[in-house]
Write a protein that binds this ligand. Structure first.
Ligand code: KG4
Ligand code: ZN
Length: 333
């Protein structure tokens, strides 16, 4: 029997989860609404909100899982990458909890955890598999050889896919975080309404900065012709942008699958909640005979269930850290 408490605090979600023998029994997420007012995450405000939220969030996760604090066998926490002040809150909490309860402490890489979210529920991918991890801060194609043995095959050279969504939303006058809103408008729009360029980047790397500039010029140009374009053509604009971001992502994923011969293909991270990406990946999987793995919505965006499941797999290997562990804003896979 292994009961793991997982803690996530890398960005603007404070989350706690209880994993019992590899099964998630609670996943409580406190989202910080404060940032919408500023059009992006303000690191200092995020740290403060984490401090306010962490104890009630952990208490609620323990309550929902119907366990007692004294039954917990280990605590895993996001060590990085992320906002340093935000990570510090989760790290300090986890360290104190481990010390007070006299249980092991397990450090987790947030990007690995997004991928390991695929081991929460069946069907699970088999090793080796490919994972396209797309979040607000990262865009990576990863060859996953084992739970903690991952090779980075390609990544973004500038903006992340989530940033491309969020920055486009800003240009379109939509509030932060814009990804889910673009997704919503895109459902009603025509993806071929506006032509946007596909960057030619060598290998398996990505670039989204050129697309962002193209969108800015397109919108400025359209506004000159019709000052009401954002009211009347929002759905077409969103559908065109989303379809281009999805094609950039999936063309590279297709290339990675071809080069590696791997046929178990997964997506992870906040942008994997995007309905256009999910739909196109399923279609591509049918065409190329891949086994496709798409996380449930609650395991796409930041959550502690993925930290708890990753913690469980490190617990089985007795891979623990000491009280001298420090958070890391940057951390490789
Ligand atoms: O993984 P995540 O929750 O946090 C980070 O680790 O960054 O990802 C957040 C990102 C944001 O950029 C957000 O706009 C994007 O995921 N996102 C979406 C959707 N839901 C969240 N982007 C497009 N469509 C969505 N449905
Ligand atoms: Zn994330």
């Amino acid at each position: 029997m292994a009961i793991i408490l997982g803690i996530e605090s890398s960005c603007d979600e404070t989350s706690a989860s209880i994993c019992i023998n590899g099964e998630i029994h609670s996943n409580v997420i406190a989202t910080q609404a404060i940032h919408a007012k500023y059009g992006g995450v303000i690191p200092e405000l995020a740290s403060r909100a984490h401090q306010q939220n962490i104890i009630p969030t952990v208490e609620e996760a323990i309550r929902q899982a119907k366990v007692s604090k004294n039954q917990i066998d280990a605590v895993s926490f996001t060590r990085g990458p992320g906002l340093l002040g935000a990570l510090l809150v989760g790290t300090s909490f986890a360290k104190s909890f481990a010390l007070a309860q006299n249980i092991p402490l397990i450090d987790i890489n947030h990007m690995q955890a997004h991928i390991l979210a695929h081991f929460i529920e069946d069907p699970k991918p088999s090793f080796p598999f490919l994972c396209l991890t797309v979040s607000g801060g990262h865009t990576q194609i990863v060859l996953v050889k084992d739970y903690f043995e991952m090779e980075l095959l390609g990544e973004t050279l500038d903006d992340a896919a989530g940033e491309a969504f969020d920055k486009t939303a800003k240009i379109l006058n939509l509030p932060y975080p814009g990804g889910p809103l673009i997704d919503k408008f895109a459902k009603e729009g025509n993806p071929s309404a506006y032509r946007l360029p596909e960057p030619q980047i060598p290998g398996l790397n990505f670039s989204f900065s050129g697309l962002k500039t193209a969108i800015l010029y397109l919108v400025q140009d359209q506004l000159k012709q019709n000052p009401d374009v954002l009211t009347h053509n929002m759905a077409d604009l969103c559908a065109s942008v989303q379809s281009r971001i999805v094609s950039i992502l999936l063309n590279k994923l297709k290339k990675a699958a071809k080069e590696t011969g791997v046929k178990d293909i997964a997506i992870a991270g906040g942008v994997s909640a995007n309905s256009g990406l999910r739909k196109s990946l399923i279609e591509m999987g049918e065409k190329y005979r891949w086994r496709v793995f798409i996380p449930k919505f609650e395991y796409c965006t930041d959550n502690a269930a993925m930290i708890a499941i990753a913690g469980y797999h490190k617990f089985l290997k007795k891979d623990f850290v000491g009280q001298d562990v420090a958070p890391m804003a940057r951390m490789h896979l």
